[in-house]
Design a binder for this molecule. Structure first.
Ligand code: UGY
Ligand code: MN
Length: 247
């Protein structure tokens, strides 16, 4: 339900942002039709990544031409067929794909209401490193590990940990009361979407109540910490830039 009297939990600052489902306004995105798209994180706010929530009607589709930008897509709900070059796979909720720069991707036959979160970033090649390949997979095929040994915070790393990749996308699941072990301050930027549950996110000097559907941007060096609250585990999907020198 929309929040009343002009109140919102959203905050957009110079170095972090929180956007809630009540704030979404759609824009048309080239290559995506029969769908709504909300660009929640983008270079327009100072980010190096674009994070877009796409909701497909039945009969909707996407065809995004090959270029300098790579795309990671995660199916939040519903299901659709995704093709990248010769590879093709039906993805359901929890399915994901990675389309490297220089390849085209397309999505067809979505179930009505299928939602996909996209992270898109211009690829930074690394001389001597093997360029990333296309991936079509599912979170159920990725083993989770306790984050820094804490079983209350489980981490799944969805993309290969190889030098050719300049982006990582991970899933974090916290038991109620589970939390990041310390306040992180790091060079990597994050785009994030809460998938389920609730908790409190510290971003720089502010503490925000957050829940499923909320999107967050954290600039490089944004102080960050999270604690899960409520009765069910809190889960989020997040992007970070990796494997490249600062200079
Ligand atoms: O990978 C990370 O930097 C992660 N621990 N950060 C986060 O969840 N805010
Ligand atoms: Mn972090």
């Amino acid at each position: 339900m929309p929040e009343l009297f002009g109140h919102t939990r959203a905050r957009v600052g110079a170095r972090h942002a929180l956007i809630t489902p009540d704030n979404h306004v759609h824009s048309s995105v080239p290559g995506i039709s029969g769908a709504t798209a909300a660009v929640l994180v983008s270079p327009a706010m100072g980010a190096g990544v674009a994070q877009t929530l796409v909701t497909f009607q039945s009969g909707g589709s996407a065809r995004v031409a090959a270029g300098a930008v790579q795309t990671f897509g995660y199916v939040m709900g519903g299901g659709a067929t995704v093709s990248i070059g010769e590879k093709k796979r039906r993805l359901g909720a929890g399915g994901y794909f990675f389309c490297p720069a220089g390849s085209e991707w397309s999505l067809a036959s979505p179930k009505k209401g299928t939602q996909v979160t996209l992270f898109q970033k211009r690829y930074a090649p690394l001389p001597g490193a093997r360029v990333p390949r296309a991936i079509l997979s599912d979170q159920s095929r990725v083993k989770g590990t306790p984050f820094l040994g804490d079983p209350a915070a489980n981490l799944q790393v969805l993309l290969p940990d190889e030098p050719g990749f300049d982006m990582a996308v991970n899933l974090f699941a916290y038991q109620p009361g589970g939390h990041l072990p310390f306040v992180e301050v790091h060079i990597m930027e994050h785009g994030l979407v809460m998938l389920s549950g609730e908790g409190v996110y510290r971003l720089e000097d502010s503490w925000y109540p957050v829940r499923a559907g909320d999107a967050i941007w954290m600039a490089p060096y944004c102080a960050q910490w999270f604690v899960a609250m409520g009765k069910v585990p809190a889960r989020y999907l997040y992007y970070k830039d990796v494997n490249r020198a600062a200079l």
